[in-house]
Design a protein around this ligand. Structure first.
Ligand code: ATP
Length: 371
């Protein structure tokens, strides 16, 4: 049975519809991320699941039970807010135990829960401290502990790492994943940070304008984006985008793009044929482009050679990111990677290879993948 079902969910504030009609199923124990730009409705969706926001129409089930009429405190959920919402005058121990006391659990029960959760989250040394005496990461763990001791079926996490600096954030991401593996709760995580989403989630729901554009495993989102928006939102650095007119004779296809004609691997996609002579959008990941001199001939045969002028290079690790310009008036930016041992300098002219089987094409109006 699915841990959570959202069926035909509709939400509006006054006359402003923020979620027109949303469907989502989450399995028990799954870590699912709602990923999307600011204002796309992630927090609103989380608040409806928590019962903090009314659902205008549609149905919500948790563990098979119809939840729409159930008040927040009776729902089997725990929520961690971006602000953590810790009680400033209570120490760590009392913050964590607060919910258990409200539930009138006996002292022995509360001690057992604290003995379990404090080491789980590495908080044993901080039990007497007030929130203001903790780091951002420690506060986040207290907030998580406070939710976990109530043993909810579903944990809702609303951008819990956004107050942390980059290094702490990376560590906290790893820690959250570890905690999820230990406790096995269903987690719904909200973020606009695609790296966090890709690192932690079993599945990601890519949201835009209150709709789920694609719901799948991170690897599928990366390799086969269903929409132009999903392609642009997932992956680092951002994917290369092009526009062009498609010409196909049914066997072969060429994208006449802003950087020149590019061979498209048709595969067995008859869908492409109806786009003959039509303008389309295209994307190709920087990781899929190679320098011609770095590529063996079997790959080169399936690719199109394009000439680019290097504008900038960045070498953060074992590879250098090359930001280059191509096409008429050098108007199009193309990003790709080379091994750091290659000496590529600003102003160099280089030949790159664009593999036709890694080029994604989208309808300009619907922004849906057309393969
Ligand atoms: P962010 O990443 O910035 O937190 P989000 O994806 O979580 O954004 P929501 O906070 O869910 O987005 O907001 C979705 C839309 O609903 C926005 O346009 C917002 O202005 C609107 N909205 C949210 N809460 C209310 C409210 N209480 N009254 C009116 N409009 C609201």
């Amino acid at each position: 049975m699915a841990g959570l079902i959202l069926r035909n969910i509709h939400k509006r504030f006054g006359n402003n519809t923020v979620i027109p009609n949303l469907n989502l199923e989450i399995q028990t124990g799954e870590f699912v991320t709602l990923l999307g730009p600011s204002g796309c409705g992630k927090t609103t969706l989380l608040r409806m699941i928590a019962g903090l926001e009314k659902i205008n129409s549609g149905e919500l089930y948790i563990g098979g039970k119809y939840m729409n009429p159930v008040p927040p405190q009776k729902r089997p959920i725990g929520m961690v807010f971006q602000s953590y919402a810790l009680f400033p005058h209570m120490n760590v121990r009392n913050n964590i135990a607060f919910g258990l006391k409200i539930q009138k659990k006996d002292r022995a029960d509360i001690f057992t829960k604290l003995d379990w959760v404090l080491p789980l989250l590495g908080l044993e040394k901080y039990t007497e401290r007030l929130p203001k005496q903790l780091s951002g990461g420690q506060r986040q763990r207290v907030a998580l502990a406070r939710a976990l001791v109530l043993d909810p079926d579903v944990l809702l996490l609303d951008e819990p790492l956004s107050n942390l600096d980059a290094a702490l954030r990376e560590k906290a991401t790893e820690e959250l994943k570890r905690i999820h593996m230990k406790v096995g709760k269903t987690i719904i995580y909200v973020t606009h940070n695609q790296i966090e989403a890709m690192t932690m989630s079993h599945r990601i729901a890519v949201m835009r304008n209150g709709q789920v554009e694609q719901y799948d495993k991170p690897s599928v989102l990366y390799d086969s984006p269903a929409t132009y928006n999903a392609a642009c939102f997932i992956g680092s650095p951002v994917t290369n985008t092009l526009t062009g007119t498609l010409k196909t004779d049914g066997k072969d296809a060429i994208l006449h793009s802003s950087i020149g004609p590019i061979r498209v691997a048709l595969g067995d996609s008859p869908a492409l044929q109806k786009y003959d002579g039509v303008e389309v959008l295209a994307s190709i990941r920087p990781q899929d482009i190679r320098l011609k001199t770095e590529t063996n001939s079997s790959v080169a045969n399936l690719s199109t050679e394009i000439s680019v002028r290097v504008e900038m290079t960045e070498t953060p690790g074992d590879r250098s990111l090359i930001i280059a310009r191509a096409g008429k008036n050098d108007a199009t930016t193309i990003r790709f990677f080379v091994h750091r041992s290659r000496h590529v300098s600003r102003g160099d002219l280089q030949s790159i290879l664009i593999p036709g089987n890694r080029l994604h094409l989208y309808d300009t109006k619907t922004k849906m993948n057309i393969r």
